[in-house]
Write a protein that binds this ligand. Sequence first.
Ligand code: HSE
Length: 432
Amino acid sequence: MKPVKVGICGLGTVGGGTFNVLSRNAQEIARRAGREVIITQVACRRDNPNCDTSGTAVTRDVFDVARNPEVDIVVELIGGYEVAKELVLEAIKHGKHVVTANKALIAVHGNEIFAAAKAAGVTVSFEAAVAGGIPIIKTLREGLASNRIQWLAGIINGTGNFILTEMRDKGRAFEDVLKEAQALGYAEADPTFDVEGIDAAHKLTILSSIAYGIPLQFDKCFTEGITKIAREDVEYAEELGYRIKHLGISRRYANGIDLRVHPTLIPERNMIAKVDGVLNAVMTCGDAVGTTLSCGRGAGAEPTASSVIADIVDLVRSFDMPAHARVQALAFSELSDYRILPIEEVSSAYYLRMAAVDKAGVLAKIATILSEKGISIEALIQKEPAADATTAPVIMLTQQVQEKTMNEAISAIEALDVIQGKVTRIRVEQLN
Ligand code: HSE
């Protein structure tokens, strides 16, 4: 059979990994795909010293690849929004299939891109956009196709998990670990995307679309990063039998679906609490299968290349199928318009930490506010004030309550003259 010709746009961390794995495993990949897969052209701003491109045509202009009549599949690995979008639409216009690892592109412009691909009868694949090397898109779109998905939750940013793990286990400073994550090729070009939760929100947007069959709605995802997690919260959480993880969570309710990324206390006995370092993990709950957990490397050159190339192999296998017979981009032939719930309408349990003046009656005042709001306290710790401090840390776990009610309770607690500063609030999930 005729070989399939691939053009790779971008030869950075993921592009370089894809180039090398495709070259190294060419024979095995050909045996799986049923035809040879050849890298016909590479577009990059600068050469990658880890890649031997001597036998491959190299251009500095990514649009050369999109318009190259020889190329069957354009692999978009340049990242970012605008040029990547233009490139993918240009490739589609020229009748090419596209494989991308670009979560920002899919989360923000995916609806438009998939519509263009459908009209042109080509496929845009994006396994590598979520959770690096874990085949979670395939799992949700195909493996769990019989299920009504009820919820999903995941550690879906490798850099953030790596930072939290190193800070907790080795007491390392945030900035120092972030620098290492950048050197290892885990972090985004702009690492605020990792630490402020934007990257995880892109991925959660994609996961929820294919889990429930809804359009991509990144702008409705609630996002809170890891920069404000204090060492003491990590320690108090452990005292209470919990770990703090940065999670993307989405659940189906009678009146809609929530989409939220935030630091979360989860019971330490839960398997996902033990997922450390650059590893990612995604839990899904389907009505038929129950709970599943997929785990693996969430970032880095070759783990991400593994997913990019799996998409290429899948595409090659489906070349001779009519477009309507291929798996739909967002898993469903028809999308639903379920409402995305604003965070104020979402219910959760909470961890609260506050600095209380060390005198009689303070706890009673806090408890009164919570009880007036119908909020039950599940656990409470009051620490001794530190030497020469006038306040003592009070830590509590509450039962489930709507965010709006918790916001009102926190405002009332912060207004007490016996409370100093802001109340720290971290949501708590049992994930069972
Ligand atoms: N910066 C991302 C992460 C890369 O750390 O998870 C993989 O998407």
